[in-house]
Design a protein around this ligand. Structure first.
Ligand code: NAD
Length: 318
């Protein structure tokens, strides 16, 4: 079976490609390498089951690439939530316009199954935590979150109008090897530059849920399999873990793993009550009851995932 992975040279995408290749699928990856890296796919480049196309999803001819694909896993996006408060145009193009193009090409090429990498940010500052999928109103507080909600709406409409079977997966913060954005990577880079001092965006009390990329990939492929076998047109799933940790606790994990002493934490204080930046959701915990009811649950808690990710990223950034 042939599966297309957009953004398949990125952090989550490349781990998904690894898993699909190990399971015997043929895979086509379309990525412009804007934040991804071809080295993540290196071990498959001589395997005839993998085809890598370096192309920009904003303007490449996609329909032919998708022809013969059973499923499209749409992972490509600009994942930088902070950027979306200063550069809406890039986020609109890479997240909203690209999702439209990928959907349009999928329907024209006769793709049967579609998975969209959405995000917990669609909930904004949800009043209920853990937040279930049917929480409303969905009021994203960042343009990134808005772009994901717009993406979900398009995916849903394509499922009902054009016959794709589709899922929107609302990922929590995904962490682990190959991640080159997010709080852990940020702390490691800063501490390598100056081991005496760590600037922490916000007031450090931001508390969120983290999922290790190995669990994220497993959940995504579990749900793809479920979609293929269930009589369902479109569904939304939260994909996260069941605990949450503060930014300060993450700083402590990084400092301990780097074996540093007396690091001075410098809190920027942040905006709107201690958030890291405009649009940063301060408290995020997803309910994963719906996913667990299907028989899947994460192997690692947020705390365990953070610890593992810190060691993985330290070994990659030395
Ligand atoms: P990433 O930046 O590592 O991966 C995105 C990939 O898409 C990159 O390889 C990049 O080069 C590619 N890409 C971006 N724009 C493109 C374009 N116009 N044409 C072709 N390729 C393009 O990010 P990630 O963390 O792996 O995120 C993957 C997906 O999961 C994204 O949709 C992101 O919004 C979503 N997501 C991520 C997280 C997280 O914590 N990492 C959480 C929720 C949702």
């Amino acid at each position: 079976m042939l599966i297309a992975v957009t953004g398949g040279a990125g952090f989550i995408g490349s781990h998904i490609v690894d898993a699909l290749m190990r399971q015997g699928y043929s895979v086509i990856v379309i990525d412009n390498l804007s934040s991804g890296d071809i080295k993540y796919l290196e071990k498959w480049l001589n395997d005839p089951r993998l085809k890598f196309v370096k192309a920009d999803l904003k303007n490449c001819s996609l329909e032919n690439m998708f022809r013969g694909c059973e499923a499209v896993l749409h992972m490509a996006a600009n994942p930088d939530v902070r950027l979306s408060s200063v550069d809406t145009e890039t986020v609109f193009q890479d997240n909203i316009y690209v999702t439209y193009r990928v959907l349009e090409a999928s329907r024209k090429a006769g793709v049967k199954y579609f998975i969209f990498a959405s995000s917990s940010t669609v909930y904004g500052d949800a009043k209920i935590k853990p937040t279930p999928e049917d929480y409303s109103p969905l009021e994203p507080i960042s343009f990134y979150g808005a772009s994901k909600l717009a993406g979900e709406a398009m995916v849903c409409s394509y499922a009902y109008t054009f016959g794709l079977k589709a899922l929107s997966l609302r990922y929590a913060n995904i962490i682990g090897s190959r991640s080159r954005h997010g709080v852990i990577y940020d702390f490691i880079v800063k501490l390598k530059k100056d081991p005496a001092k760590l600037e922490i965006l916000g007031d450090g009390t931001q508390r969120k849920s983290y999922l290790h990329v190995s669990d994220c990939v497993e959940a995504t492929l579990f749900l793809l399999d479920w979609l293929m076998h269930e009589n369902v047109r479109y569904a939304v799933f939260n994909v996260g873990s069941e605990d949450w940790v503060t930014v300060r606790e993450i700083a402590d994990e990084v400092v301990t793993a780097m074996d540093l002493r007396n690091v001075q934490y410098v809190f920027t204080g942040g905006v709107n009550g201690g958030r890291g930046w405009k649009g940063d959701v301060k408290y995020m915990l997803l309910s994963i009851k719906k996913l667990k009811a299907l028989g899947w649950q994460p192997k690692l808690s947020s705390r365990q995932a953070v610890r593992r990710a810190v060691y993985e990223l330290l070994s990659e950034t030395c």
